[in-house]
Design a protein around this ligand. Structure first.
Ligand code: NDP
Ligand code: HSE
Length: 436
């Protein structure tokens, strides 16, 4: 029996979940792999906190760097989050020849290329299954099973907090702040939940997915993102009446402008109206779901818990076992050579849009509004009027059009005397292909 000593950096939602899960599964792991994993040291901010774990209090300390440099530690697991000190700690662990496992999407979406290269040079594992979509096996299928697949598009729900909030708002009319606070207490949200609700967390995950799927360097700053904080109960109700659910989606796709050096890709995160019959519309609470569209395999769908300490710990433990097996057999996995990516601007992308306008209810208004759409080449698929007099609202759904034309339309609509307000504009996932 090989015995490996694990240094755990961070013991919050995910770290504590890992300690408890490994306690339950240690014997099974040992039988299957011949390796006994021991969490030998744990770094936290406060050693005084009661974490409800049955582990020797002497393993806790506040000096993560000391754990990384400890020659008795074989594998490092980082679940602190954020850029620093996580980045330096992982770099030092890799430089010391230790395999590392992390759930840190923010770090990988900003400094992944540097860390992947360091791990490749050092010949050690850098595993990060838990960084995208929590418990769902997604990175390993992309890295291994789909390594030779010409992946065209990845689309899905990759943030559990926002999916939980939107579910609670649409199913029981919960207000936004109340639903966010529940998501925080359930351990779904990031330390600063702005990362979730403004789309940074999903953007980081989309960048990582694009990097792994397209073999090209895509960073958080390449991702266009809009959050859900401006979505109201009225938007959700209007979407329902029109046959849609409001979801926060992430899309990473290969576009037509690649060159010999690397692919052109478009990566974005935004709220979207999803037809109720679309599989994503029924993904509730903290669950995530991701479609991968390949050139040969066709459509694949991955579904499961996208957040929460214990589900995420499941993905971390899977990586830890993999790293342990690779360490004892001397064969680390590699991400492979990454090429530069060209990023297509959001202005050039096409979508259908939902637009709500508060207008004066009098003759000629609809004609003047329709004229603005027409001048910018934006074709209207459907239109409804709700309310009368001062409360009149016009609701449009467009055919697919270019983002820059839509933005020009909105600018001109705001300039019309009869338009009191341009409300939320939400992209619409089309009916034509149920997975797009
Ligand atoms: P928490 O905030 O619950 O836990 C963070 C832990 O790190 C705490 O134990 C904290 O110590 C410790 N810590 C913070 N700073 C330091 C430091 N400088 N040195 C040592 N320890 C430190 O975060 P989560 O467990 O929720 O998330 C951890 C990582 O996992 C993040 O990268 C997150 O994005 C990712 N992730 C989280 C998921 C989730 O559902 N929660 C899902 C998927 C990924 P103390 O307890 O003393 O404050
Ligand atoms: N805060 C993240 C979410 C955790 O809500 O999805 C999982 O990455």
């Amino acid at each position: 029996m090989n015995r490996l000593r694990v240094g755990l950096l961070g013991c919050g939602n995910v770290g504590a979940g890992l300690v408890a899960l490994l306690d339950e599964q240690r014997a099974v792991v040992a039988v299957r792999t011949g390796i006994e994993l021991e969490i030998a040291r744990i770094a936290v901010r406060s050693t005084a906190k009661d974490r409800g774990l049955s582990i020797d209090p002497a393993v806790f300390c506040t000096d993560a760097a000391d754990i990384v440099s400890d020659p008795e530690i074989d594998i490092v697991v980082e679940v602190i989050g954020g850029i620093e000190p996580a980045r330096s700690l992982l770099r030092d662990a890799i430089a010391a020849g230790k395999p590392v496992v992390t759930a840190n999407k923010e770090l990988l979406a900003n400094h992944g290329a540097e860390l992947f290269a360091a791990a490749d040079d050092a010949g050690v594992d850098l595993l990060f299954e838990a960084a995208v979509a929590g418990a769902i096996p997604l990175i390993r299928p992309l890295r291994e099973s789909l390594a030779a697949e010409p992946v065209q598009r990845i689309m899905g729900i990759v943030n559990g907090t926002t999916n939980y909030i939107l579910t609670q708002m649409s199913e029981r009319g919960a207000n936004y702040a109340e639903a966010l606070s529940e998501a925080q207490s359930l351990g779904y949200a990031e330390r600063d939940p702005t990362a979730d609700v403004e789309g940074f967390d999903a953007g980081a995950k989309a960048a990582i997915l694009a990097t792994v799927a397209f073999g090209a360097v895509v960073v958080a700053g390449d991702v266009y993102h809009e959050g859900i904080s401006r979505i109201t109960l009225d938007d959700i109700e209007m979407a329902r009446r029109l046959g849609y659910a409001v979801k926060a989606v992430a899309v990473a796709e290969r576009t037509a402008g690649g060159n010999g050096e690397g692919p052109e890709v478009a990566v974005r995160v935004h709220p979207a109206m999803v037809p109720v019959q679309h599989p994503l519309a029924s993904v509730r609470d903290s669950f995530n779901a991701v479609f991968i569209q390949g050139g040969a395999v066709g459509e694949l769908m991955f579904y499961g818990r996208g957040a929460g300490g214990r589900p995420t710990a499941g993905a971390v433990l899977g990586d830890l076992v993999d790293a342990a097996v690779n360490l004892t057999s001397g064969g680390p996995g590699r991400i492979g050579r990454l090429v530069p990516a060209r990023i297509r601007s959001i202005d050039d992308l096409r979508s259908e849009y939902y637009i709500g306008l508060e207008v004066a209810d009098r003759p000629g208004v609809l004609a003047s509004v329709a004229d603005v759409f027409g001048r910018h080449g934006v074709s209207i698929r459907s239109m409804e009027q709700h309310g009368l007099g001062d409360d009149a609202q016009l609701v449009f759904i467009t055919h697919e059009c270019r983002e820059r034309d839509l933005q020009a339309t909105l600018r001109d609509l705001r300039g019309l005397e009869a338009v009191h307000e341009v409300g939320n504009v939400i992209r619409v996932i089309g009916h034509e292909n149920p997975h797009q």
